[in-house]
Design a protein around this ligand. Structure first.
Ligand code: PGA
Length: 249
């Protein structure tokens, strides 16, 4: 069976202006890409095409879009517009979108469908907040997030998706999940996919870890059998640390 893809994706969030994007891209241009690892970044909307041009060897995605084809939605950006700029993937369900912008599971489901209809790969983020981890409810919480917004997909569409497990308490906090915590969740996610779909689907899908993943902890996290790489926030804003993470397999 074909080995599932290893990936390291950088989520630049609402950081960097054009000059800084150029500088970061310049640093990344020199970096030798690790064999067999797909590397990608999610810049802010205005810089998608610029990054695509500056870094043709990596994948470029968007952090968001609005799931309507077009029309009177002032200030929003459609999936066709991000595709037009060169994005080939999109983040959906990031905890910041869920918490700050109140994106609920039905809206996320719409976004998943709209991205796949447009041929854009959804990188679906899930993860429990601290209170849930604290009371031991993390597995059922994450399972519900997946059932609510992702597990309605057909097998071929699920196979086109990437899942990122990002415990909310680990995002931007410097608190990383232990390898045991990450592996338990990733193994469980694969188990649910196997139950709902089949083993081939479960084994084929990349499940990334995100949440204070950096150059010092990436190696041990990526060594977990069910962790296929990372979704990197803060540590993706520096070319050398991002490269060190890419080299951590
Ligand atoms: P972090 O963010 O690496 O800065 O914790 C990860 C993310 O939000 O995707």
């Amino acid at each position: 069976m074909e080995q599932r893809k290893k990936r390291v994706l950088g989520n630049w969030k609402m950081n960097l202006t054009s000059h800084e994007v150029r500088q970061l891209a310049e640093g990344m241009k020199e970096m030798p890409l690790a064999d067999g690892v797909e590397v990608g970044v999610f810049p802010g909307f205005p810089y998608i095409s610029m990054v695509k041009e500056l870094l043709p060897q990596i994948r470029v995605g968007a952090q968001n879009f609005y799931p309507q084809e077009n029309g009177a939605f002032t200030g929003e950006v459609s999936v066709l517009q991000i595709k037009d700029l060169g994005a080939t993937m999109v983040l959906i369900g990031h905890s910041e979108r869920r918490a700050i912008f109140n994106e609920d599971h039905l809206f996320l489901k719409k976004k998943v469908d709209a991205s796949l209809n447009a041929g854009i790969k959804p990188v679906f983020c899930c993860g429990e907040p601290f209170e849930i981890r604290n009371t031991g409810g993390e597995l059922s919480f994450v399972k519900q997030q997946l059932e609510d917004s992702l597990f309605h997909l057909s097998k071929p569409n699920l196979m086109k998706s990437v899942i990122a497990y990002e415990p909310v308490w680990a995002i931007g906090t410097g608190l990383t999940a232990t390898t045991e915590q990450a592996e338990e969740m990733h193994r469980s996610i694969r188990g649910w996919i196997s139950e709902k779909y089949d083993e081939e689907t479960a084994n084929g899908i990349s499940i990334l870890y995100g949440g204070s993943c950096n150059a010092s902890n990436a190696k041990e996290l990526f060594a977990c059998p069910n962790v296929d790489g990372g979704l990197i926030g803060g540590a993706s804003l520096k070319a050398d640390t991002f490269q060190a993470i890419v080299n951590s397999f």
